[in-house]
Design a protein around this ligand. Sequence first.
Ligand code: ARG
Length: 460
Amino acid sequence: AKQKPWSGRFTEPTDAAVEAFTASVDFDRRLYVYDIMGSIAHAQMLAKVGVLTKKECDAIVRGLKEIEAEIDAGKFDWSVALEDVHMNIEARLIQRIGEVGKKLHTGRSRNDQVATDLRLYLRDGIDVVSHGLGQLQQAILDIAEREAATPMPGFTHLQVAQPITFGHHMLAWFEMLARDAQRLQDCRKRMNIMPLGAAALAGTSFPIDRAWTAKLLGFDSPAENSLDAVSDRDFAIEFVAAAALLMTHLSRMSEELVLWSSSQFGFVELSDAYCTGSSIMPQKKNPDVPELVRGKTGRVNGHLVALLTLMKAQPLAYNKDNQEDKEPVFDTLDTMLGSLRVFAGMIPSMKVRRDQLLRAAVMGHATATDLADYLVRQGVAFRDAHEIVGKAVRLAIDTDRDLSQIDLDEYKKLSPAIGKDVYGVLTVEGSLKARNHLGGTAPSQVKAAIKRARQRMQRS
Ligand code: ARG
């Protein structure tokens, strides 16, 4: 086995099962770019304050860059005996450049190293996710614009409630995602603080310049407290919490797409490219993509609970428990990115079936509230109006008609306040147009909201 960097005080070798059990290199090697970035900045800072000579620093930096190229090319020999990404890279550095490589770890610990790596990694991760999220938001706005005036039934309790436009529904999705984007940016701000210099837990006796290193790595500032810097993973928990909400939103959208693409609803048709067939039932076209996104949401929610539980009983400062943060964090990022990418492709290719949407809006007595509002405008109290309209709906159901098909003399029997102008409010179009205020579903309001949404996207 390779010699461990910490073997000095040990007289017996590590048990083979323990070696495998404690190693993280199989998954934390993913951090190598950030580990090397952090090491280069650390070495340069050590040279700046005179702990390393310029020559030593140059050799270390060159060596680290060569190692990065080796790993990029898949030519790096990862060793489980060397435990994690940090010690693998350091050992290789010493192997490549000799004695001087042993000086890199001056004034540093793997504890501040890993806390730094993970922050750098997630900072980039947030930027990639934000880009993918932005593309999905744009795709949703495009559909909203195209369907700004397309009537559909709006639901509460999954029962037809009132007419809305498809564009209005898309804008609801947009707002959910806009908050997710903000949450990720908020989380990024708190994440972008540098642990380096905290060393193991108490700082270091070398005259380090943390502000300088922070600047080099693009951090907003060094962490204030060394114990806190190496021990808390709240930044990772916040990230996964934001991810869990984003996934929860995607999952709700997925649920709607699954329902809407069923033949019972028939509101949309997902493109063949985003569906699969059945091995036994020839007629099937299954909405696997939204179903999988809905399913994967459970994973991410689970990761959030895993991380919270990982953290809750740790005394300060660093504990090895924290090594367990990586797999949930990595899987969260992968799952979220994968889900965003398929969604951003699936949404623009979905066919919106306007005829079916309109039929469903008309059939579901969705304009009943409009009839009640009409009666109120004729001087009937709302509670009485509610009762009258309830009877009208009963009549419509019993005679298999919609509200606009009930004759005026039938209406007159229910309430003398109803005149023939009532038919103007019983249409879906009339109902939509009436909801004409900020945030409402009138097509003109939906169009204005889309315009504002596009401006917000440009600003963010
Ligand atoms: N692999 C470790 C982790 O992921 C790195 C830090 C190890 N530090 C230590 N003192 N054992 O957390």
